[in-house]
Design a protein. Sequence first.
Length: 186
Amino acid sequence: MALSTIDPTPALVVIDLQKGIVPAGSPFAPVVERSARLADAFRRHGLPVILVNVTGVAPGRTETARHRTGTTLPDGFADLVDELGAQPGDFTVSKRRRSAFHDTGLDALLRDHGVTQVVLTGVATGSGVESTARSAVDHGYHVVLATDAMDDPDAAVHEHSVRRVFPKLGETATTQEIIDMMGATR
């Protein structure tokens, strides 16, 4: 479903745009640039910006695990990329699971700020972004997925999430469509 409205109090939730996942020169540079543009727009309107980083992994075995449980992440791995321009009024949420809602206090933070709608960006589309979108729906939020401000190392996974999964979870839009609608409703 295409974007129909911006609620009075939306929040931007940026998933895993951190130095250990999106190093300088990364193919995810367009995702970072568009997420930064959205963050700037939310800040201009006095709306919450939540910057999520991942600081560990869930226990359990998988066939494609990149990091093993108990592995110490390299220094600086969880540091947010500089291009996001994190501001003192932004909120940082650190997660150890795929979803930014699992054991992080994100839901309480959003509710404390009267948020009813979340706009999601980041990496990886089929992992952290999709898991957070599913949890947001389960928590009762209206979900907007900025499809040009997210990506996945696996193009087929990205495409599947955007085309098949996200229309069932919320509304999809481009960065510019979201910024334009914010400007028209503020």
